[in-house]
Design a protein around this ligand. Structure first.
Ligand code: URP
Ligand code: ZN
Ligand code: ZN
Ligand code: ZN
Length: 466
């Protein structure tokens, strides 16, 4: 397997320059001007195209038992949709229900992904409770290269974690050099507000946002940050959606708390009026944290440009229209989630870079490199360097198209971004040296994706309290 990519504009998180890339086997062998292809190997002319490192989506749900049903994708469909959209690695939330054993969850998730995912993948290990067996399993999984955890401060009675378990999880994470990702909403306030709204007869999807308002997320974020501060652990807030929560995270960072921030593409482009649409049309847009007042979008874009928001993920979570109907008479029964794994990169490029003044370097950083750095995949992933995995996206900025469920590869029957224009798309995508996508079609090998084992990060420097 050898491939030469000629005449492209290489764009990384740090640089932009014209050069050719020679791939040998699964990795990048040479980067330079006027490289000559060995006899008989495929040469791709990337003139007029960008060459980006493969994009990384650090927050997806593929197999997900949730709210009495299951998210719709398989690892085959999610990974092929991801690749068509330029994402060559995803990190899935391995989230067994609170009553299930973690080891069983591990066997289930890895069993489903193996020989099914076409792109590389790894897992954030969900921690829902604390006991001797959980601790032992976490230690074993970290030793096996799963060096990030996931906790939910929301979803009382399901995935939600108690404060005592949160403290123990963070203490272990600090000891082992593991990053803890967290869904930050105050669970008690959500359940109280849900009950109050329902008692008032407020049952439609438009009440989802008022049941978990911005303050509830800001409180969850501040709470998580305080626990990070007390334990010295390294944290990562997932799907931060609004300016109040952003302030809570940035205030913590100013105090020296080691906290990273992720926002997800729906929160940059969709607002709460979508979820206020009547009937199931609104239910399609129910996710948590909810779509917010549009005013928050400017704050998110600015924080992204400034590098305060580290990463842009999807929180990809497809439930179809029939599943969304489960909440017709009660918004708390609408399965939460919006699919986006195929569209994240094109949307971020279009509304960030092409139309919004986001720099190309920050775009690559937020959609690829920084996730690789935070989660121990760099520079194998997230980089274009000799020796890095040859995960590359040859991107056509001349392409013009429109997003539609009818042409999507996600296993779902609606798109939250129906009708959104895009100003570019991947022309060719490689995964470890093999072409997986050409012109919007998957041409790779199903099931070739590898489970990525990662090393723990060295314990970061901590500000000593007091
Ligand atoms: O609404 C969402 N986000 N669904 C998926 C579960 C989660 O909270 O990430
Ligand atoms: Zn979440
Ligand atoms: Zn960071
Ligand atoms: Zn999620």
């Amino acid at each position: 397997m050898t491939l030469l990519i000629k005449n492209g504009q290489i764009v990384t998180a740090q640089q932009q320059y014209a050069a050719d890339i020679l791939i040998e086997g699964e990795t990048i062998a040479m980067i330079g001007e006027n490289l000559i292809a060995p006899e008989g190997i495929e040469t791709i002319d990337a003139a007029g195209h960008y060459v980006f490192p493969g994009f990384i989506d650090p927050h997806v749900h593929v197999h997900l038992p949730f709210m009495g049903t299951f998210a719709k994708d398989t690892h085959a469909t999610a990974s092929q949709a991801a690749l068509i959209g330029g994402t060559t690695t995803f990190i899935e939330m391995l989230a067994p229900a609170g009553s299930d054993e973690l080891r069983d969850g591990w066997n289930t998730w890895t069993g489903m992904a193996k020989n099914s995912s076409a792109c590389d993948y790894t897992f954030h290990i969900g921690v829902t409770r604390w006991d001797g067996e959980t601790e032992q399993t976490l230690r074993e999984l970290v030793a096996d290269g799963m060096t990030s955890f996931k906790v939910f401060l929301a979803y009382k009675g399901a995935f939600g974690i108690e404060d005592s378990a949160l403290f123990n999880t963070l203490t272990l994470a600090k000891e082992l050099g593991v990053v803890v990702t967290a869904h930050c909403e105050n669970a008690e306030l959500v359940s109280q507000l849900q009950a109050k709204l329902l008692a008032e007869g407020k049952t439609g999807s438009g009440w989802h946002e008022p049941s978990r308002p911005e303050q509830v997320e800001a409180d969850g974020t501040a709470h998580f940050a305080t626990f990070l501060e007390m334990t010295g652990a390294e944290g990562y807030v997932v799907h931060l959606s609004n300016a109040k929560a952003l302030k809570a995270a940035l205030d913590a960072r100013k105090r020296g708390v080691n906290i990273h921030i992720e926002s997800v593409i729906p929160h940059f482009l969709l607002d709460k009026t979508f979820a206020e649409r009547p009937g199931v049309e609104g239910a399609k847009y129910v996710m948590s944290p909810p779509l917010r007042d549009k005013l928050n979008q400017a704050a998110l874009w600015q924080a992204l440009k400034d590098g305060e928001i580290d990463t842009v993920a999807t929180d990809h979570c497809p439930f179809d229209v029939a599943q969304k109907h489960m909440g017709d008479n009660n918004f708390t029964l609408i399965p939460n989630g919006i699919p986006a794994i195929e569209d994240r990169v094109n949307l971020l490029y279009t509304y960030g870079v092409s139309r919004g003044g986001l720099s190309l370097n920050r775009f690559v950083d937020a959609a690829s490199t920084r996730a690789a750095q935070i989660f121990g995949l760099y520079p194998k992933k997230g980089a274009i360097e000799v020796g890095s995995d040859a995960d590359l996206v040859i991107y056509d900025p001349q392409y013009r198209g429109t997003i539609s469920a009818a042409t999507s590869h996600v296993n779902n029957d609606y798109s939250g971004f129906e009708g959104f224009e895009i100003d570019g798309r991947p022309r060719v995508v490689t995964v470890r040296g093999q072409v997986a996508v050409r012109d919007g079609q998957f041409v790779g090998e199903p099931g070739r994706g590898q489970l990525l084992r990662r090393s723990p990060r060295p314990a970061p420097r901590q500000k000593v309290p007091g």
